[in-house]
Design a binder for this molecule. Structure first.
Ligand SMILES: O=C(CO)[C@@H](O)[C@H](O)COP(=O)(O)O
Ligand SMILES: [Fe+2]
Length: 218
């Protein structure tokens, strides 16, 4: 089980400081949301910010690209120090090639599906990915309400993983807090992104609360 605080909800003027706080609070990943203003109606930052965070943290940098044609940026993110590169199946006509490019560049390859996209859309690439990210809100903004229907897809991916003996992690992203995290875990997720929940209080306390919610029996 891994907690991935999203720096989309952190202080944009103090990423290095907030990355340290995340690390000291016991989270396993730092989730970095890259948005291009085309694939989603929001603009954030690019590989330069990943490079800066890499200098101040040893944590796994879990980069979630909400950009059109993400294959164009693979080398740039690898050089910046990204560990995991998540790309949306809806954002490229060449999902297999793009994931292969990420693996060839030495990063973990992760495929993402939006709330309106079925698991069928990524079945052909499930044997090759390190992680599947199931969006539990529509991408673009932090602080949105969790969409519980997305958990059926988490359960479906978990069943496929067991049946085919695949080894991908299942990550959920959007509206995750100390309550919704339990339903995500029960459906089969093992990586949990949380932005507004973690940063709207004491970061260490909130991460601890997420971890203790996960420790409660199924
Ligand atoms: O990818 C995204 C949003 O598109 C996320 O990673 C958000 O940053 C999650 O924020 P919360 O829903 O946890 O506030
Ligand atoms: Fe994200």
């Amino acid at each position: 089980m891994k907690i991935a605080p999203s720096i989309l909800s952190a202080d944009f003027g103090h990423f290095a400081r907030d990355a340290k706080v995340i690390e000291e609070s016991g989270a396993e990943y730092i989730h970095i949301d890259i948005m291009d203003g085309h694939f989603v109606d929001n603009l954030t930052f690019g590989a330069g910010v990943v490079k800066a965070i890499r200098k101040s943290s040893k944590l796994v940098l879990d980069c979630h690209l909400m950009v059109e044609n993400p294959e164009k940026y693979v080398d740039e993110f690898a050089e910046a120090g990204a560990d995991i590169m998540s790309i949306h199946v809806e954002a490229t006509s060449h999902i297999h090639g793009a994931l292969q490019k990420i693996k060839n560049a030495g990063m973990k390859a992760s495929v993402v599906i939006n709330p309106g996209t079925p698991v069928d859309a990524i079945k052909p690439v499930l044997s090759m990915v390190d992680q599947v990210l199931v969006m539990t809100v529509n991408p673009g903004f932090g602080g949105q309400k969790f969409i519980p229907e997305c958990l059926d897809k988490v359960a479906e991916l978990s069943a496929i993983k067991s049946a085919k003996k695949y080894s991908y992690d299942i990550e959920v992203d959007g509206g995750v807090d100390d309550k919704t995290i339990k339903a995500c875990r029960n459906a089969g997720a093992n990586v949990f992104v949380a932005g507004s929940y973690v940063f709207s209080g004491d970061v260490a306390e909130r991460i601890e609360k997420l971890k203790s919610s996960l420790a409660v029996e199924l």
